[in-house]
Write a protein that binds this ligand. Structure first.
Ligand SMILES: Cc1cc2nc3c(=O)[nH]c(=O)nc-3n(C[C@H](O)[C@H](O)[C@H](O)COP(=O)(O)OP(=O)(O)OC[C@H]3O[C@@H](n4cnc5c(N)ncnc54)[C@H](O)[C@@H]3O)c2cc1C
Length: 557
């Protein structure tokens, strides 16, 4: 694969109108969009190629859980007509080749510096510019800085005692070796049972001599029932792609078209409900969650669906003790992102797979041979950490970001992320986050949310340029109101009842606050459009220093 033709030089300084950090789905579309508007723009990517999530997460079984016909860009009609997905839910390699195709098709690589990690981003108030530094010390200066650093890109490995002692191989699903891993005949431990683990465990078990799965929290998973793409299904989308995409964006809460129900779970009798759950279970995918419209709002409604899934787990897993250990009881169904699997529960019927419940038998430390729990020692040739991410804030936290008066983002967000619309944060002018906390982001088909943010940010920059405005920044009150609203809406649902990564609960010491905006992609999109139409209501727009107006322009502009 080709590298950037004009990568950032090892030393020195480069200047652009806009710098983008990250070259996943967000960074690539942002680059394409701003280049089209005539901005000088450059993207810096820590990885050695484009792709973001799909560049890093190469573990066996990795695939999207939103159907491929929907988990793809919609911004270019020819692209969506030309591309052919080979399966209902595409594999990681196929998604990565799609992203590479997009990078080549729109000639994006010439404005991307690969292997370029941004370590600091400091706002120079006098010049109204962002100054970024790379790990090699190069300075990149730009009027606008767009963080397209990803919600799930800061992989997290728990800090077990004895990590350095372990002599076998250690992997993290989010940093998988490009050459792949041959587990053939090996004794393997997988730590974690979230989305990545649930995808990885069946193929690893099929290869390994023995697989031991260490589970802290059982998660709900529904079968994918993946299939090879059919011409008829592909055409059912492509015939009317633009209208269907519009419907996903404007009429759904998750940016994904499912088979929505307009009924509550108790509007029908128990047998009708069971049949409906069964029908959706057999069809596969997260469509299961939409059987009734109150599953994520009403605990009793949720229980009917959760009980159905627990029943399926009991039916599938032969060993009653193992089945019991796999049953989630501590959170409502869907209050953690629902997992979508292929043969996950069936895998525990294999002779070479053991489940260890670490709530009963906590992991105490890694040892040279493997790990020690409260009960016994386990020996492994390889350990796979499927322990997830420091979600939504982790990648931003890893960059030393300082805004007005040298105040750091870390400090500003110490009690949880504070943004206006998930797009910007007060005290950090001209710094945007794509799918930032406070926006629907991970609660949606993320590509739909990415496209909406990129379009909004691009329109905003074009507006500022047209009106000679130098900086944009949220007003403190608008931000405070938004943070309160995000929190209030979340608490009308069952989501905060789970110790999820949405809440930061998977990272010790992280403030527990519900980070994404749950009000719905459709509602949120409308709100963002209204804010822009009303002259960027709630943002402070200030004249460009270059114009030396020194005059503050508010929403009336
Ligand atoms: C295993 C997995 C499966 C997923 N499946 C789905 C799915 O089915 N449906 C769905 O909607 N979403 C899914 N997601 C969420 C997924 O992250 C988004 O859909 C989408 O790919 C995010 O794109 P992005 O460009 O915003 O972020 P990313 O793809 O995370 O890209 C961010 C990029 O920024 C780079 N970066 C970060 N910090 C720096 C820095 N300091 N300097 C330079 N570069 C930096 C990273 O290296 C990375 O390449 C999944 C996530 C994972 C991990």
């Amino acid at each position: 694969m080709t590298k950037a033709a004009n990568g950032v030089q090892a030393a020195g300084e480069r200047r652009f109108d806009v710098v983008i950090v990250g070259a996943g789905f967000s960074g690539l579309y942002m680059l394409h969009k701003l280049r089209g508007l005539g901005f000088s723009v450059h993207a810096c990517e820590a990885g050695s190629d484009v792709g973001g999530t799909w560049f890093w997460n190469r573990y066996p079984g990795a695939r999207c859980d939103v159907e491929s016909m929907q988990y793809s860009y919609s911004f270019d009609e020819a692209l969506q007509q030309d591309w052919h997905w080979s399966e209902r839910f595409a594999t990681q390699p196929e998604i990565l080749s799609y992203i590479n195709h997009v990078a080549d098709r729109f000639d994006l690589r010439r404005d991307i510096s690969l292997d370029t990690r941004i370590e600091t981003a400091a706002y120079d108030e006098a010049a109204a510019e962002w100054v970024l530094t790379t790990q090699e010390g190069t300075r990149i200066v730009a009027r606008f800085c767009i963080m397209a650093t990803g919600c799930l890109s800061a992989a997290r490995i728990p800090d077990f005692p004895g990590m350095a002692d372990y002599r076998g191989r250690i992997f993290h699903t989010g940093h998988w070796p490009h050459e792949g891993v041959d587990f053939g005949g090996l004794s393997v431990g997988v730590i974690g049972t979230g989305s990545s683990a649930i995808q990885a465990i069946p193929p690893v078990a099929a290869q390994a001599g023995h697989l031991t799965v260490f589970q802290r929290t059982p998660n709900f998973s529904v079968p994918a029932r993946n299939w090879a793409m059919t011409e008829a299904y592909e055409q059912s989308w492509k015939r009317d792609y633009a209208a269907l995409r519009r419907r996903a964006r404007e009429e759904t809460r998750s940016g994904t078209i499912y088979e929505f129900s307009d009924k509550g779970a108790f509007a029908v009798d128990a047998e009708t409900r069971r049949r409906e759950y069964e029908r959706r279970w057999q069809a596969g995918g997260a469509n299961f969650m939409h059987a009734y419209n109150d599953i994520l709002i009403d605990k009793a409604a949720n229980d009917t669906a959760a009980d159905f899934v627990r029943g399926k787990i009991r039916e599938t897993v032969a060993n009653p003790q193992t089945a019991e250990a796999l049953l989630p009881h501590d959170h409502p169904l869907g209050a953690k992102r629902i997992c979508v699997d292929t043969d996950y529960y069936e895998t525990f019927n294999r002779d070479n797979v053991t489940l260890v419940d670490v709530r009963r038998e906590p992991i105490e430390r890694l040892t040279p041979a493997g790990l020690r729990t409260g009960e016994r020692d386990y020996a492994f040739d390889a350990v796979v950490f499927a322990t997830g991410f420091d979600a939504m804030t982790g990648a931003l936290d890893a960059i030393a970001i300082s805004g007005r008066g040298g105040a750091t983002l870390k400090e500003a967000w110490s009690a949880g992320p504070r943004t206006y619309l998930g797009l910007m944060s007060a005290g950090f002018p001209n710094l945007f986050t794509v799918t930032g906390p406070g926006s629907p982001s991970v609660l949606s088909n993320v590509i739909v949310s990415i496209e909406q943010h990129v379009d909004w940010i691009a329109d905003c920059l074009a507006h500022l340029r047209k009106h000679g405005i130098g900086t944009i920044e949220p007003e403190q009150t608008a931000q405070d109101d938004w943070v309160a609203h995000v929190n209030e809406v979340a608490h009308r649902t069952l989501y905060p009842q789970a110790n999820s990564w949405y809440m930061g609960a998977n990272v010790p010491g992280k403030t527990r606050i519900f980070m994404p905006y749950i009000g719905g992609v459709n509602v949120y999109r409308q709100l963002c459009a209204e804010v822009a139409a009303e002259g960027y209501r709630g943002f402070r727009l200030v004249g460009a220093p270059a114009l030396q107006t020194g005059q503050e322009r508010h929403a009336a502009l």
